[in-house]
Design a protein around this ligand. Structure first.
Ligand SMILES: Cc1ncc(COP(=O)(O)O)c(C=O)c1O
Length: 383
């Protein structure tokens, strides 16, 4: 068999292509069949939404859960719940999901962008105090690409300064951060059930909070005779069984990531984000983040590298654009330099989670494809 990379006409490591998502699942099939039988699929709000709210509330040990139409909507509602508006500032990482910036700006507030860390790509905590001003209303922190943020530190610092915290756990629902469910640390936490997510209903999201005022404000905004940002019974019904399978899948993904980290050498084109240093932390991997070194890969561009890996059937993609690179300068404030966020904009790569459920087979395929692409990098670059 030809050892040429698939992008140059060789045989792909995974001829079947990248693994699909969601996986075929008997529990989901049964849930859908029951919905069809009961007619609940056509109702506005019935038992499944109520059960989902209860399950999420219990798992987060929070009083209020509001189901929403997406994670993006949940972030918007969380900001509204905190009363963020004109003249306020919201601190967030310069490398984060685009809609987090957009939501802040849309409410008339100013995003204040903070540097990220070299080792694990998460918001640099040491830079947060310097970003605080008298206009600071909230800090929005996301756990990204398998990394976690020290929420005990963030929440205590924010409490001392009288600033609210939104914890975006869209990428790791129900992972454990310092002994608590991700999303349960802040004044308000946010989840996503988007089509590619670890818990998926195609679309959807949730807000979790203990604060009655946030819950009331969000409900008032959302309730217009009917819900403006609803999650349907059908979505709730397919999410419920996934709550049960999530811990087992999380353990599998964590095992695969540990194996992957062992396999990557210093000379690899990819260096995985450093594992979390926080105690009692059990992250999850919607995407696993890597720094891409084109110097270790024949000076192949990151985009071309990702294309070559995808041609092998390995689901890797460039990361997000850094927020300061895609928005007009007048729309945000920055404190300090953003060198690592600049680097993320150019050289971050993410591996999509379904491969991590394939055990050693999946990780070996990843390593094999990486090796093949690296060995032929110059040839790929010149083609
Ligand atoms: C960190 C983060 N926050 C928010 C969202 C928004 O979620 P949704 O796609 O459900 O709108 C995403 C989606 O990928 C995300 O990664």
């Amino acid at each position: 068999m030809s050892d040429l990379p698939a992008i140059l006409g060789g045989a792909a490591v995974r001829p079947e292509g990248p693994p699909g998502w969601p996986l075929p699942d008997g529990d989901i099939r049964r849930a859908l069949a029951q919905l069809a039988e009961s007619g609940d699929w056509g109702r506005y709000e019935a038992q499944h939404c109520e059960s989902l709210r209860k399950e999420i509330a219990t798992r987060h040990q929070r009083n209020h859960v509001l189901l929403t139409s997406s994670g993006t909507a949940a972030v918007e509602l969380a900001l509204r719940g905190l009363g963020v508006g004109q003249g306020d500032e919201v601190i967030l990482a310069a490398y984060d999901f685009k809609a987090n910036f957009t939501n802040v700006a849309m409410l008339g507030a100013t995003p204040v962008l903070v540097e990220i860390r070299e080792d694990d790509g998460q918001i640099d905590l040491e830079r947060i105090p310097g970003a605080i001003s008298e206009m600071s209303k909230a800090i929005l922190v996301s756990h990204l690409h398998g990394g976690t943020v020290d929420m005990a530190w963030v929440t205590e610092m924010a409490r001392q300064r009288g600033i609210a915290v939104i914890e975006d756990a869209c990428q790791m629902p129900l992972a454990v951060v310092q002994g608590q469910a991700a999303g349960s640390w802040g004044d308000v936490g946010v989840l996503s059930f988007g089509g590619s997510k670890l818990l998926t209903a195609g679309r959807g999201g949730a807000i979790v909070t203990d604060r009655d005022d946030i819950s009331q404000r969000v409900s008032l905004y959302n309730q217009r005779g009917n819900l403006a940002y609803p999650l349907s019974e059908m979505q709730a019904a397919v999410l419920l069984p996934q709550l049960e399978s999530l811990p087992e899948r999380r353990a599998k993904r964590a095992e695969a990531v540990a194996h992957l980290r062992e396999c990557l050498s210093q000379r690899s084109a990819l260096i995985a984000f450093a594992p979390s240093k926080s105690p009692q932390t059990d992250p999850d991997y919607y995407k696993l983040g890597f720094w891409y070194s084109s110097a270790n890969c024949g000076h192949l561009s990151r985009e071309r590298f990702c294309e070559a890996m995808r041609a092998e059937g390995i689901p890797v993609d460039p990361g997000f654009r850094a927020l300061h690179k895609i928005h007009a300068r007048r729309r945000f404030r920055v404190t300090g330099t953003l060198e690592t966020a600049d680097r993320a904009d150019e050289s971050l790569v993410v591996l999509h989670h379904p491969l991590l459920l394939e055990g050693p087979n999946g990780t070996n395929q990843f390593v094999q494809a990486l090796d093949k692409v690296q060995r032929h990098a110059t040839m790929i670059a010149n083609r």
